[in-house]
Design a protein around this ligand. Structure first.
Ligand code: PRT
Ligand code: ZN
Length: 224
């Protein structure tokens, strides 16, 4: 019966995909992902892998459609805030912090911008994908601003005249540099995490999750 199988959502294609698949393999989960199928069945364990866009993963777990999801904390945080506003379920458990997907969510401005602190951004327009995380930071800093939501190409917004500043994910800083921007404020630090649905799993399924978590610990410790 399909509901007896553990369902895990992973990012289909993107920055978390390779590391997630590598980790699943290292955990001994055999699954053929060389297809375009949405769902892949493991050959050696009662596990189904659902491959979707990362933005869909927190909601799938919070709605109980899947049992586990591999996701960046930034996306989880943003979706949680969005759902709270919409009065939708947000309950879940973060069961493991993972050693990949590391990045920071930072404010950046043009190299020649005379930045003296967050106050320098007062009443300016800031482009970002993660509007709620930015909103919380700016509210705590008590700085009014206008938000400009872009799901891609955030780093070109200032040059294109769409915004005065940006708030975007940064890892090496090369993208900011290539676009003549400087990082002025780190507002959130993120890694990938494994999240689990809030509702308890049946005994067998939870045992399987516990085994996976132990294996992840083994893999991550071996790498340290
Ligand atoms: O298609 P889908 O919706 O599934 O993927 P996506 O395009 O929304 O996300 P993706 O694959 O780009 O990123 C997935 C997750 O990886 C993010 O949510 C973060 O948790 C994590 N992550 C880690 C990053 C980065 N590092 C990162 N550097 N996500 C994005 N970037 C981008 C950033 O937006 C900027 O464009 O990389 C560029 C900056 O990189 P540097 O090295 O030049 O600083
Ligand atoms: Zn996405």
């Amino acid at each position: 019966m399909p509901e007896q199988r553990l369902r895990i959502a992973i990012q289909k294609k993107g920055r978390l995909s390779d590391d997630t698949v590598k980790l699943l393999k290292a955990c001994g989960i055999k699954v053929n992902l060389n297809t375009q199928r949405l769902i892949a069945h493991s050959d050696n364990m009662p596990i189904d892998i659902l491959r979707v866009r990362d933005d869909d993963i927190p909601g799938l777990v919070m709605d109980g459609v899947v049992d586990l999801g591999f996701i960046g904390q930034n996306v989880l945080e943003e979706e949680s805030m969005m759902r709270k506003v919409a009065n939708e379920p947000t309950a879940h458990k973060v069961v493991k912090e993972l050693a990949f997907g590391e990045c920071r969510f930072s404010l950046a401005v043009d190299n020649d911008f005379d930045y003296q602190g967050v106050q320098s951004l007062a009443n300016l327009r800031i482009a970002t994908t993660y509007v709620h995380i930015l909103k919380r930071f700016m509210a705590e800093a008590n700085v009014p601003y206008t938000s400009c939501m872009l799901t891609g190409s955030v780093e070109v917004a200032p040059r294109a005249g769409l915004a005065d500043a940006i708030c975007d994910l940064v890892s090496t800083g090369a993208t900011l540099e290539a676009n003549g921007l400087k990082e002025v404020e780190v507002i959130y630090r993120s890694t990938a995490v494994l999240m689990q649905r809030d509702k308890p799993l049946t005994g067998d399924k939870q045992d399987l999750v516990d085994r996976i978590l132990t294996r992840i610990d083994g893999v991550q410790t071996a790498k340290e």
